[in-house]
Design a protein around this ligand. Structure first.
Ligand SMILES: [Zn+2]
Length: 277
């Protein structure tokens, strides 16, 4: 614990009641309760994948972490996150903690304008986006792994806020949590090709994709900047560049502090991002 301090211009690294976490300076300034958890606490809750002991420990971590950041765990909603591009609204106050329940099955993003509701998501390298519209008082929390990124879930998050709550994209603030970054997101031909097919229209492929040479088997290897792709998608939706707050932190480079699938393997823990109204 307390190995290093990840604070930078965008986020502050805090240690409280045994928890290590990041908070976005901009959201703190606006009085929005939120946090991104760091190791050692984990939030793996997938039924049928984690053991009942792990599930119980993760739920207990949610209860204690919510307490640390001052949100009500009984009003916490977390979708099950299956790498879709589906974003839904939470339109009533849950009476208890809602984790991976059927109502939000095959959902990877949530938005709400209900005071007191907390939206949660988890990651181990995937991008997590926190949205806040201070004018309409609407929040969002979106999980965008590379599949979700290519399926434009970031845009779906913005569009849901606009269509459901009348948000003006120019008012929306987006915070980008720690995730795998271009330095570590190495892909083969198939994913590179999908990126080209999906984003060729942007004329930004040279910024998104970098050839890094041949693998041992003679096939090519590339790096993709999925965070940059996400920023471009957000700006296509009229999100202002100045309203995008990217922590700039790679989960793999910082796997001693941040849960990372590429860093820790299939038994990797999950970090959580929580935002509340
Ligand atoms: Zn890295």
């Amino acid at each position: 614990m307390g190995l290093r301090d990840l604070s930078n211009e965008v986020v502050i690294h805090k240690r409280e009641n045994g928890f290590e976490f990041l908070q976005f300076r901009k959201l703190l300034e606006l009085g929005v309760k939120h946090a991104y958890s760091l190791k050692p606490h984990f939030f793996n809750t997938r039924p049928g994948v984690v053991s009942s002991e792990t599930y119980s420990a993760a739920v207990d971590n949610y209860a204690r972490f919510c307490n640390v950041i001052g949100v009500d765990v009984n009003k916490l909603v977390k979708p099950n996150q299956t790498h879709t591009n589906c974003v839904k609204i939470v339109d009533n106050l849950p009476g208890k903690m809602s984790i991976e329940e059927d109502m939000f099955k095959d959902v990877d993003g949530l938005v709400t304008n209900i005071e007191g509701v907390s939206l949660a998501s988890v990651n181990a390298d995937c991008i997590l986006l926190l949205f806040y519209d201070p004018v309409k008082r609407v929040i969002g929390n979106v999980h965008s792994g590379w599949r979700g990124t290519f399926a434009k879930i970031a845009a779906n998050g913005v569009n849901k806020m606009v269509q459901s709550y009348g948000c003006n994209p120019e008012d929306i603030i987006v915070c980008i949590c720690p995730s795998i970054r271009k330095c570590h997101f190495e892909v083969k031909e198939d994913v590179k090709k999908l990126c080209e097919d999906t984003f060729g229209y942007t004329n930004r492929l040279n910024d998104f994709i970098e050839y890094i040479g041949k693998d041992i088997d003679g096939t090519g290897k590339w790096r993709i900047d999925t965070v940059l792709v996400t920023k471009v998608l957000l700006q296509e939706c009229e999100i202002k560049e100045n309203n995008i707050y990217d922590c700039g932190i790679c989960s793999v480079c910082n796997k001693d502090i941040i849960h990372s699938y590429r860093g820790d393997g299939k038994d990797a823990g999950r970090g959580t991002a929580i935002i509340s109204l």
